[in-house]
Design a protein around this ligand. Structure first.
Ligand SMILES: [Zn+2]
Ligand SMILES: [Zn+2]
Length: 163
């Protein structure tokens, strides 16, 4: 399967945090090509003034309309939420794309990579799993730190079947 990934980045995300990202993702996923690091202005219509957060699903819809490849990942610097949760590290839509907020990821490239791999796991149909699998659900930075950046054997098997 020919798989192209388009990475969009909000201009406030420091390039140094996502420098090696394309190599990491090409290592983990059977992706043929990455259209990398296109800088996009985030739509103000997705910003919630009272919460001081972006509506993650609104940004996901924006990313879908903007994408140049089959799958899009939008990386943002600001905090994000979905209805019912105080915040989210990211959201994903199966087969289409994901949004990842690095706001709570402590300017740590490994942490950022881990959350992007997690959301892409959802894009490729994976559900939440258990530690130390990267598909473990995290409700806090502390929990997110605990998981590894790798898929467990079960998730890896399922992932391979998707391709
Ligand atoms: Zn998840
Ligand atoms: Zn797993």
């Amino acid at each position: 399967m020919l798989l192209n990934l388009n990475i969009l980045v909000d201009p406030d995300v420091s390039q140094s945090l996502i420098m090696e990202l394309d190599h990491h993702l090409l290592d983990v996923f059977p992706i043929n090509n990455i259209d990398l690091l296109e800088s996009v202005e985030l739509p103000s219509s997705c910003w919630d003034k009272s919460r001081h957060q972006f509506n993650a699903n609104c940004l996901l819809a924006f990313a879908m309309s903007y994408k140049r490849s089959r799958i899009v990942v939008l990386i943002i610097s600001k905090d994000a939420y979905v209805s019912g949760l105080n915040f989210v590290f990211g959201v994903a839509s199966r087969g289409l794309g994901a949004v990842v907020s690095i706001y709570r990821l402590e300017n740590d490239p490994d942490f950022i990579k881990k959350e992007i791999i997690h959301e892409l796991g959802h894009v490729f149909g994976l559900k939440h799993c258990a530690l130390p699998c990267v598909m473990t659900f995290s409700n806090s930075v502390w929990e997110a730190r605990l998981k590894s950046s790798a898929f467990c054997e079960k998730c890896w098997k399922q992932l391979k079947q998707e391709f």
